[in-house]
Design a protein around this ligand. Structure first.
Ligand code: GLC
Length: 754
């Protein structure tokens, strides 16, 4: 397409390459991040994922021989050829990633006639991808690549052999690995192979396709329906460095308020104040800790956003303040669609301000969502985001502590929005095809910034639809799953891949949203939920109720046990949030992230790390009371009994219904708190350290858990060192906040510790 390589110019960190039929650009963002840009649509499409200038001053050299341009940074060697083929090597010349020079091989698998017949029977007989996409990058496969990341895509941890679409999609059916797209588009993945590891981030919001060797095992490819060819090669010596580099580009999840890490209860729908009051009372009655109750769409007046259904939910502010007194925080749902309803103030303001998207003829576009005829704010414009941000105040004033953004793919009931619906990207007129995948992102940004202006607390926004980089503004849940074992099994790889795609603060609907939950499924799900960053039980109208007490005493006791465990481990989770803000490393991690040289970890779908110190191996199969666990290198201690296990081995462990195997690595120090019924019940004055055998060092972070004072130095950093005999030395690395009254240590030996 671009023809022969002619010459080049270096300007600061950009190398402009002149080809026979056009120009390309290579940007040295830092020594191990290289941007490749071919402006197919326009010179520069402003990135939604990357904010601010990420370039670091980097020494590099460029030289051109006849048919190849060579760029060297301290970390990478990049060679650029005719047709803008680009190959990436380590600095010492080991090939990492190379463009595939041949044509893609498309093998028609069935005749057109057969395809039609099969479609008649309801089969999806499309089976082949397009021959080529307006934007396309094809990379060679060496044969041993594993692929991780790509956000919330269904299926297994390692995506090799599968293909996916990036088009934010809400499909309420039970999901399997045959699903191509879900709610989020995060076109970033990590390739791990024997000779190295790297990431690729395709910063293009149009509908796109990623094929990891499904079409042909000689290559993997990325194709998009429009936009620029604009991608980042993300290096790093280890997988952890690739994740850190990716989040350096797109941002890390900011430290949340401490209570957001507690247990959340939700249901679509608690239909009245009475319903909610009963739920709140039951948690305290059964002494099951709970911090948050979510209000689904029924709290609104006729599903009109930024209104209150005073008839069923009492006068605005009354219920929230009653709940607050009992230690509950309130999170209210807000959908993007505004009811088409002249006379309703939000609709009227939007019309007066020209804030809604328009159809190809220039009329305000109308579709149907919960409230009936609905119009859609055009969040690509700053003034629309500002307006939407201001609207949050209505809920904050009522006493809401967090905003739950849903249906923001955007979902519409009367067919999808046509591609040509007019949207804006800043001042530039564009269309739905370009803005669809960033709609949820921009809505979350508007909500986050609005909350930021409304009060001096760390905003808590939960969103369903996302693009790369949304982690800066919102926590996420994986949307409408089902109370099915297959969904519980998928929850683990899904959260792990979200984590290494930047989304550290993520969770699934514990117990499952659609279909009926069973007591056993809820018990096993709460064991995963207790270790998921966002821990929320949520279910749909029409399904069996699944709050912890809804089944029997055993189910209640198991829920209580794991929710209490979560409250005990809150300082560990909070430390991981602090680490995440600094480094981008997620809370819940695939084992491969820290043990990439150990091939047994490459496809571990049923166990995970929480931070670097803890390994969780939940039972994910109906009826199972044993679990096969792989422990990587080192000695691991059973968290509950202190029993040691030598790593690099598989174990078949007993795991009756009330047990979830959890291990802690030798030399670890795990900080714990007493179990409270909710964060805020009493100040956490005592920190209890669980000291596992072996020498170790652990840095613990503490602040007020609420606002941004920590950014002005109001926090403590403790360094604890254990010498392997149970003795711990403490050093204050930073003191800017009231310290604990006591730090106690418990040396773990082979015994029951909980
Ligand atoms: C969507 C959401 C779900 C919510 C429901 C009603 O299906 O994914 O969580 O309960 O809408 O608002």
């Amino acid at each position: 397409m671009t023809g022969k390589l002619i010459s080049y110019e270096v300007n600061d960190s950009d190398i402009t390459i002149i080809f026979e039929y056009g120009k390309g650009c290579i940007r040295v963002v830092k020594e191990d991040i290289i941007r490749v840009l071919c402006p197919l649509e326009m010179q520069e499409i402003p990135s939604k994922a990357i904010e601010g200038d990420k370039r670091q001053k980097t020494e590099f050299t460029v030289e051109m021989e006849e048919t190849v341009l060579t760029l060297r940074t301290p970390a990478l060697l990049v060679k650029i050829y005719d047709e803008f083929f680009v190959d990436f090597y380590t600095a010492d010349g080991s090939m990492l990633c190379s463009d595939y020079r041949e044509k893609r091989v498309l093998i028609p698998r069935i005749s057109e006639r057969m395809k039609k017949l099969m479609q008649g029977e309801g089969h999806n007989a499309a089976m082949l991808m397009k021959e080529s996409y307006p934007v396309q990058v094809v990379k060679k496969m060496d044969g041993d690549e594993k692929f991780y990341g790509l956000g919330d895509k269904p299926g297994f941890l390692n995506k090799r052999g599968y293909d996916f679409e990036n088009w934010n999609t809400s499909d309420p059916h039970a999901q399997t690995e045959a699903f191509k797209a879900l709610y989020k588009s995060i076109p970033f993945f990590i390739t791990l192979k024997e000779k190295g590891v790297y990431g690729l981030f395709f910063d293009n919001s149009y509908k796109s396709y990623v094929d990891f060797g499904r079409e042909n095992s000689s290559y993997f490819f990325y194709g998009a329906e429009g936009g620029n060819l604009d991608y980042y090669f993300i290096g790093g010596k280890k997988m952890t460095e690739v994740v850190a580099n990716y989040t350096y580009l797109t941002g890390t999840t900011p430290l949340p308020q401490l209570w957001t890490l507690g247990y959340h209860q939700s249901r679509f729908g608690y239909e009245s104040a009475e319903d909610i009051r009963e739920v709140a009372e039951n948690f305290r009655k059964y002494q099951v800790p709970c911090n948050v109750i979510h209000f689904d769409i029924d709290y609104m007046d006729g599903f009109r956003v930024f209104t209150w259904n005073a008839e069923n939910f009492e006068k605005p502010g009354a219920l929230t303040s009653e709940l607050e007194k009992k230690g509950y925080r309130t999170v209210t749902i807000v959908d993007p669609g505004v009811k088409f309803d002249p006379g309703y103030s939000v609709y009227d303001e939007g019309i007066a301000g020209d804030f809604f998207v328009r159809d190809a003829n220039g009329d305000v576009y109308i579709n149907t969502v919960w409230s009936g005829e609905t119009v859609f704010p055009d969040y690509g414009r700053q003034k629309v985001r500002d307006w939407w941000g201001e609207k949050q105040k209505y809920l904050v004033d009522i006493g809401t502590d967090g905003i739950w953004n849903d249906m923001n793919e955007p979902r519409s009931f009367r067919s999808d929005l046509p591609d040509d619906v007019q949207f804006y990207d800043g001042d530039r007129k564009t269309n739905h095809a370009e803005m669809h995948n960033v709609y949820g992102h921009l809505m979350s940004k508007a909500s986050y910034e609005g909350l930021m202006r409304a009060e001096e607390k760390r905003p808590f926004v939960i969103t369903r639809a996302c693009y790369a980089g949304t982690q800066k503004y919102a926590t996420v849940w994986t949307g409408d799953n089902h109370s099915l074992w297959a969904h519980l099994q998928m929850a683990v790889p899904q959260l792990l891949n979200l984590g290494i795609s930047g989304f550290s603060f993520a969770g699934t609907d514990v117990g499952g949203f659609g279909s009926d939950c069973t007591p056993e499924l809820l018990c096993r799900w709460v064991q995963v939920g207790a270790f998921s960053p966002l821990f929320r039980n949520h279910s749909s109208k029409g399904t069996i109720r699944q709050e912890p007490w809804q089944f029997d005493e055993e189910t209640l006791a198991i829920n209580k046990k794991f929710i209490e465990l979560r409250y005990r481990l809150l300082p560990y989770f909070y430390d991981l949030c602090h680490e995440c803000e600094e480094t981008g490393l997620p809370i819940m991690r695939p084992v491969v992230l820290h043990y990439e040289d150990d091939r047994e970890t490459w496809n571990l779908n049923g166990e995970f790390l929480v931070g670097e110190h803890m390994l969780v191996a939940p039972v994910l199969e109906q009826g199972a009371v044993k679990k096969t666990v792989y422990l990587p290198a080192g000695v691991w201690y059973d968290f509950f009994t202190g029993k040691p296990y030598e790593g690099r081995q598989y174990y078949l462990l007993d795991a009756p219904l009330d047990t979830c195997p959890v291990f802690v690595k030798e030399g670890s120090i795990i900080p714990t708190y007493e179990v409270l019924q909710y964060v805020g019940e009493r100040p956490y004055d005592t920190l209890k350290l669980l000291i596992f055998p072996g020498e170790g060092c652990y840095v613990h972070y503490q602040d007020n858990g609420i606002d941004f004072a920590y950014r002005k130095g109001e926090y403590n950093l403790y360094e604890f060192r254990s010498d392997g005999t149970g003795t711990v030395r403490t050093e204050m690395l930073h003191e800017g906040y009231r310290t604990y009254k006591a730090v106690e240590t418990i040396a773990i030996t082979e015994q029951d510790i909980l």
